[in-house]
Design a protein around this ligand. Structure first.
Ligand code: RAM
Length: 334
């Protein structure tokens, strides 16, 4: 009995804390940010940026995420937030298809929907606006150029991606493939396989190891995911193949520092996830407060980031990526 009472008390206090963030009755607009999955340090600075912007705008924030980045894993979380009556739902969607019904429902209820980092490619009508990292075209082209420069623009390489549904990785990979096909500079580079590590460290490592075994003459792995690139570096380090297999992609300086310092990886890229989250927080807050209308050409005042313009298909770009090497990595701590 005592045990039961204790459980009830714990549950009640949980609910109270949860509501404390989302429905204190403070009158402040409420925002939620839903990441792709838990346990990926990429989203930590993004969440911090989102919270900072929301606080500057006088909004309350809740952040939640599913355990895995499966296509449908965010569905119950979105449904729950609609019930809670938030003013804006910001999310990094795990699918371009699976979430549209609930997102449409949210929008029909007057809730602003902001995609962050990944977008509902070809289903843009199911969100109000997208806050993207860098321009996708330059990300895709940049990944091929970075890999090419490392492998002397010739030889076999593989892509290690996130999930098969991941909207941002799929968009970048599409551009990477197009770049390979259309730019003669890359005609001697051969993509042998695209593998999927689901943005899970262990699965990504297993996939990277399998690529090394399957293609003994592989010259490169490019992983446009922070989880994948760290796992690929780990696999190459363990296999002692850093002299023959070049790993690059999109990584966080904190996860890649060791591999840069010990020479396993020569260069990789990323933008600022903090700035991306901050921009999304500014946009979500202003939409929840109804002080912003999204139209192509609209200028957004994004606090300490300055101004950003809404592009075609209601897309806002955060800023360009940085290439990290031994020379500059110590200046970055995220
Ligand atoms: C992973 C996630 C994220 C992506 C980065 C580059 O952390 O898939 O969505 O933007 O990699």
């Amino acid at each position: 009995m005592l045990k039961q009472l204790l459980l009830v008390a714990i549950t009640a206090s949980f609910i109270a804390v949860g509501c404390g963030e989302s429905s204190t009755g403070s009158g402040k607009p409420k925002l939620v940010y839903i990441a792709k999955n838990t346990g990926n340090p990429y989203f930590d600075p993004l969440i911090q940026g989102f919270k900072d912007a929301a606080a500057e705008q006088g909004c309350e924030v809740v952040t939640v995420a599913p355990a895995t980045a499966d296509a449908t894993s965010q569905l119950p979380l979105i449904e729950d937030q609609i019930q809670q009556g938030v003013g804006a739902i910001a999310l990094s969607p795990n699918s371009t298809e699976a979430l549209n019904r609930v997102l449409d429902e949210a929008m029909a209820k007057g809730i602003a929907v902001i995609t962050v980092d990944s977008d509902l490619t070809n289903n843009e009508k199911s969100r109000t606006v997208a806050v993207k990292t860098a321009d996708p075209q330059s990300v895709g082209e940049g990944q091929i150029e970075l890999l090419g420069s490392l492998i002397g623009y010739s030889g076999k390489f593989a892509i290690l991606s996130a999930t098969t549904d991941a909207p941002n990785q799929n968009e970048w990979i599409g551009i990477m493939k197009k770049t390979l096909e259309t730019n003669p500079k890359y005609k001697n580079m051969q993509l042998v396989e695209t593998a999927y590590g689901n943005d899970e460290p262990q699965k990504s490592l297993t996939e990277a190891e399998a690529l090394l075994t399957k293609y003994p003459d592989l010259k490169g792995i490019v992983a446009p995911t922070t989880v994948g690139v760290a796992a690929a570096a780990q696999a190459v380090e363990t296999a002692k193949k850093a002299d023959t297999v070049f790993v690059t992609g999109l990584g966080t300086p904190n996860q890649m520092r060791r591999f840069i310092q010990n020479g396993t990886v020569k260069a990789f890229a990323l933008w600022s996830p903090y700035d991306e989250g901050y921009l999304a927080g500014q946009v979500a807050a202003q939409l929840a407060k109804k002080s912003l209308t999204i139209k192509s050409g609209t200028k957004i005042q994004a606090g300490k980031l300055g101004e950003r313009e809404v592009r075609e298909k209601s897309v806002i770009i955060t800023g360009p990526p940085t290439v990290f090497t031994k020379e500059n990595i110590d200046q970055f701590h995220f």
